[in-house]
Design a protein around this ligand. Structure first.
Ligand SMILES: [Fe+2]
Length: 179
């Protein structure tokens, strides 16, 4: 397996700087590190912290180039499987879009938290899950964590909010790689 080096991870995250995030007020790098900050505050383990920080890594140019034609959540999941060697991170990244469809279907207060850009993309993503999809999602072993990633993702669009420092992300990656 061609695992990602720490240097490659650093340049991947730094390469998100200046990359627009839909109609949001933060760029992709800030969004990633804010999502990671919420994960760290919640006491996430290394895999969960990396899944949160890298949930949109499928939008990074090198990842898009490696997995052309895939939706960003699937490209990110493939990247996590191939380059981080973690099925759990891959699943959580791949599910951050379905988790939004799950939350809209199951939490009546959730839709009010979504930004206008996120409400617009929900339509394209298939709208709320139906009852069968909700049951199937709930039955998956990491669905609770995928929902947490989604909630941190939604909160991480504020230019004034704190961000995780990149070294904390790299340290989590180093521990994962050496485990
Ligand atoms: Fe996101």
């Amino acid at each position: 397996m061609n695992l990602l080096t720490t240097e490659e991870l650093a340049s991947l995250v730094d390469g998100l700087a200046g990359l627009p995030y839909g109609g949001e007020a933060v760029d992709q790098r800030t969004h990633a590190l804010q999502t990671g900050w919420y994960a760290a505050r919640a006491g996430a383990d290394d895999e969960l912290l990396l899944a949160a920080t890298l949930h949109d890594i499928g939008r990074a140019r090198p990842v898009r180039a490696a997995y052309p034609g895939l939706p960003h959540e699937d490209a990110g999941a493939a990247f996590a499987r191939d380059r981080l060697g973690s099925a759990r991170i891959a699943w959580m990244i791949g599910q951050h879009v379905p988790a939004k469809r799950f939350l809209v279907a199951t939490d009546s207060s959730y839709r009010a938290l979504l930004s206008p850009a996120s409400i617009e993309s929900l339509r394209v993503q298939g709208g709320p899950m139906d009852a069968a999809e909700v049951a199937e999602f709930r039955a998956r072993p990491w669905s609770t964590e995928a929902v947490l990633v989604r909630r941190w993702d939604d909160a991480a669009k504020d230019p004034a909010a704190p961000t995780l420092e990149l070294p904390a992300v790299l340290a989590a990656h180093t521990r994962l790689t050496n485990a």
